[in-house]
Each structure stands twice: as structure tokens, then as C-alpha cells.
Write a protein that binds this ligand. Structure first.
Ligand code: AP5
Length: 194
């Protein structure tokens, strides 16, 4: 059982290629958070020899589909316990309403939600560029289109859900990474001014 009071969790949400991972690295450096990316945890599990979920995860990622909640939440819980820290930036999660409800019920409530807003054409250009060297099975035009569709249909409603709770801080992400970070940093200073 998790001691919910012990943790400070910020969810970092945004479309594929909006810059979640890039900005989380900056936040880790300046604010002492631990960064957990749901996508990275799933890719590590997919590569783990003997994993019973390897094939399922690979096909979901390639198709831009959301991996079943039980797998993702179990990986996040395990990573939080193993790290031993108390301040987490959770990137790319929750991506679906059931994940949001279950995680906040069973693990911990989020303190705040950072949402990276970015036009699809900007994200598309970034991901196609990254795809030249990333080796990711989902950085190709077919997968990217599917990821966008999943984001709009299933993940954006999660942002709206948190918006109703007054938790969302939105950052427009079309600028350079440095300029975007200036805005992100300001938001974080404001949230954690204590
Ligand atoms: P995931 O790995 O989370 O991918 P994603 O959400 O599609 O986002 P990316 O990691 O591709 O992009 P990012 O926003 O982090 O941007 P980045 O900083 O890398 O998920 C992949 C898949 O895993 C999902 O489709 C799903 O199948 C599964 N999955 C993940 N989470 C799940 C969950 N919770 N439940 C179930 N399944 C889940 O930047 C992108 C590129 O742009 C980089 O090359 C970067 O250098 C560049 N860049 C960044 N910022 C800028 C900028 N300001 N200007 C110019 N270039 C920039």
C-alpha cells in the first residue's frame, strides 16, 4: 500500500512530440524531481528478456494504441518504489480516463498537471526528424497519424478532466526548447514557491 501523503506528483501531458521528455530533463536538473516516462518504462519492459508483455507492448506502440492500464500502472508503481524518491514528474501518463482515476485512487493524487500544447504539423515535423535516428518503431508517418488520433480521442479528455479541477497549467510549445523552458520554469516556480 502506498503512503499517498508522502508523494508529490506532477503529470506532464501533451501530444506526441510536443516536447515532454525534453522539458522534463530541464526540470529534473533545476527542481530535483525524478522523471518517469510511461513510454520509456514500457519500452524497457518490452526489451526485458522474458517479459510476458513484450509482444503486446510492441504492437500497441507501433499502432499508437494505449497499452492496458494494469501493465503501465504496475510499471510506474514499481519504478516509484525502487527509486525511493518522493517528488515525481510522470510524463505521458495518464493517457486515458481509467488510468487517471485508478492511479489517483490507488497510488497518489497529482499536485498539478503540466500540459504542452502544440500544433500537429509542428509535432509531425519534429517526430519525422527524430525518426531518422531514434530507431523507434512509432516514429514513422503511419504510426504518428495513429498516435495523434489516440491523443485527440482518448488523452485530451484527461486534460479536460484535470482542467475542471483547476490543476492544469498550459504551455504553448512552438518556440525553441530554451524559450519553452523559460515558461515552464516560471510555472514551476509558481507551483512550488513554498
Ligand atoms: P511516449 O514514449 O510517451 O511517446 P509520445 O507521448 O508519443 O511522446 P514522445 O516521447 O514521442 O515525445 P515528447 O513529447 O516526449 O517529445 P520529445 O521531448 O521527445 O509513448 C509512446 C507509446 O507508448 C504510446 O503511443 C503508447 O502506445 C505507449 N504508452 C505511453 N504511455 C502510455 C500510457 N500511459 N498508457 C498506455 N500506453 C502508453 O521531443 C520530440 C522531438 O522534438 C525530439 O527530437 C526533440 O529533440 C524535439 N524537440 C522537443 N522540443 C522541441 C522544441 N521546442 N523545438 C524543436 N524541437 C523540439
Amino acid at each position: 500500500v502506498f503512503d499517498k501523503e508522502k508523494y508529490t506528483v506532477v503529470f506532464v501531458l501533451g501530444g506526441p512530440g510536443s516536447g515532454k521528455g525534453t522539458q522534463c530533463q530541464n526540470l529534473v536538473r533545476d527542481f530535483g524531481f525524478v522523471h518517469l516516462s510511461a513510454g520509456d518504462l514500457l519500452r524497457a519492459e518490452q526489451r526485458r528478456p522474458g517479459s510476458e508483455y513484450g509482444e503486446l507492448i510492441n504492437s500497441c506502440i507501433k499502432e499508437g494504441k494505449i497499452v492496458p492500464m494494469e501493465i503501465t500502472i504496475a510499471l510506474l508503481e514499481k519504478a516509484m518504489r525502487e527509486d525511493g524518491g518522493t517528488r515525481f514528474l510522470i510524463d505521458g501518463f495518464p493517457r486515458k480516463m481509467d488510468q487517471a482515476v485508478k492511479f489517483e485512487e490507488a497510488v497518489c493524487e497529482s499536485k498539478s498537471v503540466l500540459f504542452f500544447e502544440c500544433p500537429e504539423e509542428v509535432m509531425l515535423t519534429r517526430l519525422l526528424h527524430r525518426g531518422e535516428t531514434s530507431g523507434r518503431v512509432d516514429d514513422n508517418i503511419e504510426s504518428i497519424r495513429k498516435r495523434f488520433k489516440t491523443f485527440v480521442e482518448q488523452s485530451y479528455p484527461v486534460v479536460q478532466y484535470f482542467e475542471k479541477q483547476g490543476k492544469v497549467k498550459t504551455v504553448l510549445c512552438v518556440d525553441t526548447p530554451e524559450k519553452v523552458y523559460e515558461k515552464v520554469k516560471e510555472i514551476f516556480r509558481d507551483i512550488f514557491k513554498e
